[in-house]
Design a binder for this molecule. Structure first.
Ligand code: UTP
Length: 290
């Protein structure tokens, strides 16, 4: 069955970004000129996804507003003759069908995905955590790569990437049974292991293609690490019933969910934008001595 739908959880508190995220979701922080979540929406659409489902926190409508039309702004831009920006703004609200579901309580990523159960129905679907910004200029988007692996091998697929050994405690780490090129057969998943206990350096990053069986398992998943319903726990249960693969994707990942990662992502993306020359000049002029 084709992967037509994508779920983008965006209802977290974003505590690592407080106080910036006190009133606005982390997913709306800008990377150069676009909110973080817009990169993920564009990636999903470029991957052939036809229906985007964004999970938002009840009472926070700013993400919905971002993808809605803004007639007052459009009229103003039109009157000023700023046609290029007008087109840009219109493109965002014409981006395609986006459905919003609410997560009333922040019970974890697994719980956020479960909120999309009715809208996804009985078909495989993609999950994109937008604070992992995945770019693969000139090649297939990372979500597309996972969809192709799902097509070829059935089962579920998670995006994995080798991380420095010292950083394994920050991630879900894969215990590989077999590696064949970029494909990894997964024996187990360990959430945030100690450096000495990590079964590999292959970290699960924020892109997944999951079979709908995951919803039954999420319903049965008790809260785990941090008192949250973890997607990783449900994927571990899924592995007992169906194959789950890791795929070492082709592309660059920016961790825009942390302050440092977000700053670095902004610098990297700015160096590829129309202000690249000015940014390069600015960085060259900085006094970088200790
Ligand atoms: P994170 O683990 O990054 O949590 O969630 P967070 O709340 O966004 O940020 P910190 O850790 O407090 O700084 C991973 C993804 O899952 C979503 C987040 O919006 C993010 O996209 N999420 C998390 C939810 O939608 N609901 C939740 O209850 C928890």
């Amino acid at each position: 069955m084709r992967v037509r739908k994508a779920v983008l959880p965006a209802a977290g508190f974003g505590t690592r970004f407080l106080p910036a995220t006190k009133a606005i979701p982390k997913e709306l922080l800008p990377l150069v000129d676009r909110p973080i979540i817009q990169y993920a929406v564009e990636e999903a659409l470029a991957s052939g996804i036809e229906q985007i489902i964004i999970v938002i926190s009840t009472g926070r409508s700013a993400i919905e507003d971002h993808f809605d039309s803004n007639p007052t702004l459009e009229r103003w831009l039109e009157e000023r003759g700023d046609i290029e920006m007008l087109r840009h703004i219109r493109r965002i609200s014409e981006i395609g069908p986006i459905a919003f579901v609410h997560q009333k309580e922040q019970l974890g990523l697994g719980h956020a995905v479960l909120m999309a159960k009715e809208l996804v129905g009985d078909e495989p679907f993609a999950v994109l955590l937008s604070d992992d910004v995945m770019l693969n200029p000139g090649g297939p988007p990372v979500t597309r790569q996972l969809i192709d692996i799902h097509k070829a091998h059935r089962g579920s697929v998670v995006a994995v990437q080798r991380v420095p050994h010292a950083e394994v405690p920050r991630y879900g780490i894969v215990a590989p049974v077999r590696e064949e090129g970029r494909l990894v057969e997964i024996g187990d998943l360990v959430e945030k292991p100690d450096v000495d206990d990590a079964p590999s350096e292959l970290a699960v990053l924020g892109r997944y293609v999951l079979t709908p069986k995951i919803f039954d398992l999420l319903e049965q998943t008790q809260s785990g690490a941090g008192g949250e319903i973890q997607l990783t726990d449900a994927i571990k249960a899924l592995m007992q019933e169906q194959p789950v693969f890791g795929y070492q994707f082709d592309g660059t990942r920016h961790d825009a969910g942390t302050r440092l990662g977000w700053l670095m992502a902004n610098v990297s993306l700015a160096l590829e934008s129309e202000v690249a020359e000015e940014v390069r000049g600015y960085i060259r002029g900085l006094d970088l001595r200790d």
